[in-house]
Design a protein around this ligand. Sequence first.
Ligand SMILES: [Mg+2]
Length: 111
Amino acid sequence: MTDKDSYRDMLAAVQSFHDKHDFKNTGGEELAYRIALMTEELGEISACVTKGKNVESLAEECADLMILLLGTAIAADFKLDDAFWAKMEKIEQRKSRMINGRIRVSEFRDT
Ligand SMILES: [Mg+2]
């Protein structure tokens, strides 16, 4: 049974989607193409904000991007969960700063 809180099960669902459409042998796992698809979804996320769409629409477009991200991890053969935790550990160490009225967490190299 699927554990909806499990990264492993989410990845397996995306893998099964790739297999169903044979993405590996039909260009669906080519990185340049995947970047274009992810950019397209990012645009749709942006439109949710600029066009004042409801939160359900925003969630759906974010899910589209997340599915593509998991698929990109499959296509490029890296472990996104490991990368996520390694990066979280890194950004937890960073400082924040207010810039033009908004908070920014980054490696500020000028300090
Ligand atoms: Mg979409």
